[in-house]
Structures are given as structure tokens and as C-alpha cells.
Design a protein around this ligand. Structure first.
Ligand SMILES: *[C@@H]1O[C@H](CO)[C@@H](O)[C@H](O)[C@H]1NC(C)=O
Length: 495
């Protein structure tokens, strides 16, 4: 295993050394500057990526930054420079959602400049295409693999391999400070923290840590503007809204819904074991929801009956696209779902585990075993389960936030997001209305609330799956399209 120790090139030390003698005034600065420019950078440019034809038409840098005691936590990142005006455009730190998922998901499946060609895996290195709806058109984005176990990030000691949400958030803040010191050209950039799904807990915490750090003069000062969240996990009660969601989507009957509401009184997750009627209704609900989808993160994705070792009898006659999809998925033995009609998420395993790819990404040889898109290799303790108090704090402090929500996600249903957003009790500055794009209904949106100033607008957007699949230009992502609202992000970051 090769180790690259990140040399520290603190300007403070440099200044002291320079002042020490006339010699240093004349010669040492040159030597040191050269040394620093050669060694100080944590990252290296990536000009070509296997699977992508020709040189990359955007600037990509990858590398590691060590955080925590003795920098035992080595965080891997992908940095994509803004394709517009990187000197003045916002800088976004993107944290991935899911259970220890790599931020590469953000880059290749959500808001970044590349995407996989959507075909079934056929034995050769998956192809990468340009995503014309990348947020990097208007912002520079650092995608960091965090917590320590995720993606290409790794720990150098057993102790460093374990973490909690709060530790990971502190590491994100330390990462960003060190990254900025390494990249002084971005030190005055307006900064946003962003993420989706489970990052709904960490993004507001990291944002508050930066705000607190700035307030007590921690260097470097970060020009923090706000944060962005898509379908964010926020309160422990979010999951209760899955029932309202399935009813709203026409998946359960009015009768069952009314009976659930009456008997369970809004609590569907921690059911009182003596509440027989609620339990009975939940049983009926669970029966119905068994066939909703392969992935509750996108209820229109195909349902593949994984458990059955025998060929399933769901499909008769000609093999359908869905059947091929399900068979392939099973073949690959990857029990990870969430990709509409393609094996999009599976392709990345073949790509990221390829030696030529890891070489191109400057991945340290032998630093991790198999690359897995989402995997908590080491204990990761979710010691904070509610980020609502952080949202409240941040809006009082005047930070801007964009909260958007795709309306086909049953894991973090938009009803739940609307509920906590409403609970913050901001004045409504615009009525709920349809969102029209190019003469078409693209979803519904409501600028639901507003905190302390007119600039600090939280927006709740409903994006539709069908719309985004068939009119992809409206949305950024190809795989969980309803969850990522290209235009919303771009408009927000461009303001
Ligand atoms: C919100 O901010 C206040 C004041 O800065 C602080 O005391 C409190 O701990 C913060 N809340 C959370 C959840 O961090």
C-alpha cells in the first residue's frame, strides 16, 4: 500500500522562515514556493477517463485530504470546476445520501457532468457520456466520499475507520478548510453545502458547523451562503407520510387509508402492539405495498422478485425489458435497486473497479478492497436523527436554502418534507401552483416559505418521474430523475 503524506505548507510558517534572514528574503521563498507548488496540492488533474471518448471537456481533479488526528481519515474527492466563471461562481460541497454511499453517485447519476450510457452490461467497460444538465455549468462542485468507509475514502487505523454522523460532519468541515487552503483561488468563493436523501441530516449540521466556525474566527473564513437539499431525510416522523403518499398516488383504497388514519392516529412506524386494529390495517397495507416497486425510492421502478431462486412466473410470453432487467440484476448478484429500466447503478461497479479507471482517478493502490457504491464497511453511528433544529437555526441566521422534492419517492415522501417545512411557520410568499416549462406542466411547485429575508426562500418542488424520463431536458439526472431538479438548482446557484 503506497502512502502519500500530505505536506503542510502553512503560509504562517513560510512567513516566519522568510523573515529569519536576508538569505531567506532572496532565495528561500523561491525554493519554498516551488516545493509547495509541487507538493502542497492534495489533488491531481484528470484529463481522460476510461469509458469517455477523448479528453474531458470539463476540468476534473481528484485526490485525498487527510482529516482527524494524524490525518488517519483519508477522504477522497472529485472536484469539477465550474464551466462558466470559476473565479466568481459558487463552490458547492456535495455530500452523498444513502448508507455510506459514494459521492460519485452525485457526480454520475445526479448533478454532475457525466453519466453512464444506459445499456445492459455486456462485458466491456461501461461508456460515459456528457450530462448536458450538470450543475457544474454554473458552480464548481466538490464531491467528497464521506463517511470514511464510502467510495475510495479509507482509514489508516481501526479507530479512524469508525465514526458517527457528528464526527463525519466535523470531518467534512475540516476537509473543506484544508481543501480551500490547498486551492487558494477558491478561498473567496460563495460556498453552498448540498446533498440529498440521508444527507438531509448531515448537510444542515455541516452548514451550522461552518457558520459557528466563522463566528469564532476559525481560519480560513468560508463565505458560506447556504445549502441545497433534495428529498432530504429530516425528522424521524418523515416515514409516516408514506401512507399519505401511497393514498395520494392511488395505490391504496380510500377505505384502507381512512381506517389506517383512524386506528393508527398518524403513527405508522412505532405501532403500539396492543392496537390490534392499527396492526391489522398495517398488515393490509404491507400486503399491498409488497408489489409497489423494486425500490421505494422510486415507486415506478420495476418490481423484481429477488427472493425466488426459481424463474418467476410474473412474466409470460416474450421476455420483456423489465424481465431482462431483473434477470441481469439477479445475475450480477447485486442486491441494490433503484434504476429505472436499465442497470445503471450496476454499470458503475464494473467501471469503478476497473484498474485503468482507478489509475486515471489517482486512486492509491491497495487502499480499499472492492469499490462498492453504498457500503458501511465500518461502524457508522447515526447519532443524530433530526435536523429540523439546524434548519431553524440556519434560517434565523439568514442562510439561503433550497429544498426540492421529487414526487415519486416513497422513502422520503414530499408530504413529509412539506410538513416539516410548514412547521417552521414562515410566511407563504407565493401560492401553490403548477410549474410550467416550455408550455408543459413539469410538476407542481410552491414557494412555500420564507425565513428572515426575501432572499432566503425555501422552495418545495414536485418533479414528476414521467416528465423527467421522457423530457429529460427538464431534469438533471437519468436514474432517480424525480429527485433532482436541474433547473431549480441552477436557478438557485445562479442567483
Ligand atoms: C442553534 O443555535 C443555538 C445558538 O447558536 C445553539 O445554542 C443551539 O445549540 C443550536 N441548535 C443546534 C441543534 O445545534
Amino acid at each position: 500500500m503506497t502512502e502519500h503524506v500530505r505536506p503542510s505548507c502553512s503560509t504562517g510558517k513560510l512567513r516566519i522562515l522568510i523573515r529569519s534572514s536576508l538569505f531567506s528574503y532572496l532565495i528561500l521563498p523561491l525554493v519554498l514556493l516551488q516545493l509547495c507548488s509541487n507538493l502542497a496540492s492534495a489533488g491531481s488533474p484528470v484529463k481522460f477517463l476510461p469509458g469517455f471518448e477523448g479528453p474531458l471537456p470539463f476540468e476534473l481533479e481528484t485526490g485525498y485530504i487527510g482529516v482527524d488526528e494524524s490525518e488517519d481519515v483519508q477522504l477522497f474527492y472529485y472536484f469539477v470546476k465550474s464551466e462558466s466563471s470559476p473565479e466568481t461562481d459558487p463552490l458547492v460541497l456535495w455530500l452523498s445520501g444513502g448508507n455510506c454511499c459514494t459521492s460519485f453517485s452525485g457526480l454520475a447519476y445526479e448533478i454532475g457532468p457525466i453519466k453512464f450510457e444506459q445499456v445492459l452490461y455486456h462485458g466491456t467497460l461501461p461508456k460515459l457520456l456528457l450530462n448536458p444538465y450538470s450543475w457544474t455549468k454554473v458552480a464548481s462542485i466538490i464531491f467528497v466520499d464521506l463517511p470514511v468507509a464510502s467510495g475510495f475514502s479509507y482509514a489508516r487505523t481501526a479507530k479512524a475507520s469508525q465514526s458517527t454522523v457528528l464526527q463525519a460532519c466535523n470531518q467534512a468541515y475540516e476537509f473543506l478548510r484544508k481543501w480551500l487552503v490547498d486551492h487558494p483561488e477558491f478561498i473567496s468563493s460563495p460556498v453552498y453545502i448540498g446533498g440529498d436523501s440521508k444527507a438531509g441530516i448531515s448537510v444542515p449540521i455541516v452548514t451550522q458547523l461552518i457558520s459557528d466556525g466563522n463566528a469564532v474566527g476559525i481560519e480560513p473564513h468560508i463565505d458560506l451562503k447556504g445549502y441545497i437539499l433534495g428529498n432530504p431525510v429530516t425528522t424521524p416522523g418523515d416515514g409516516n407520510y408514506a401512507i399519505q403518499f401511497t393514498h395520494g398516488m392511488g395505490l391504496i383504497s380510500d377505505e384502507l387509508y381512512e381506517s389506517l388514519k383512524l386506528s393508527c392516529k398518524g403513527e405508522y412506524q412505532n405501532i403500539d402492539p396492543s392496537n390490534a386494529l392499527c396492526l391489522q390495517n398495517m398488515e393490509a397495507y404491507n400486503q399491498a405495498s409488497n408489489h409497489f416497486s423494486a425500490s421505494f425510492a422510486h415507486i415506478l421502478e420495476p418490481y423484481c422478485p429477488y427472493a425466488s431462486p426459481k424463474p418467476n412466473n410474473l412474466f409470460t410470453g416474450r421476455r420483456s425489458t423489465i424481465q431482462v432487467f431483473c434477470e441481469k440484476t439477479r445475475e450480477l448478484k447485486i442486491q441494490e435497486l433503484a434504476a429505472p429500466f436499465t442497470d445503471g447503478y450496476r454499470l458503475v461497479y464494473h467501471w469503478a473497479n476497473d484498474e485503468s479507471v482507478q489509475e486515471a482517478l489517482h486512486v492509491r493502490k491497495g487502499s480499499i478492497g472492492e469499490w462498492i457504491r453504498c457500503n458501511c464497511r465500518y461502524p457508522f453511528i447515526r447519532n443524530i436523527g433530526n435536523s429540523l433544529p439546524y434548519h431553524a437555526n440556519l434560517s434565523i441566521r439568514g442562510y439561503r436554502s433550497l429544498i426540492y422534492s421529487g414526487d415519486h419517492d416513497m422513502v422520503v415522501p414530499h408530504f413529509g418534507t412539506q410538513a416539516w417545512v410548514k412547521s417552521l411557520n414562515y410566511p407563504i410568499i407565493d401560492d401553490w401552483r403548477q410549474w410550467i416549462l416550455q408550455g408543459q406542466v413539469a410538476g407542481e411547485e410552491a414557494i412555500l416559505l420564507l425565513s428572515t429575508s426575501l432572499l432566503n426562500v425555501e422552495q418545495c418542488l414536485k418533479g414528476g418521474y414521467l416528465i423527467s424520463l421522457y423530457k429529460q431536458k427538464l431534469f438533471a439526472s437519468q436514474n432517480s430523475p424525480s429527485r433532482y431538479a436541474y433547473f431549480q438548482g441552477v436557478a438557485f446557484l445562479s442567483k
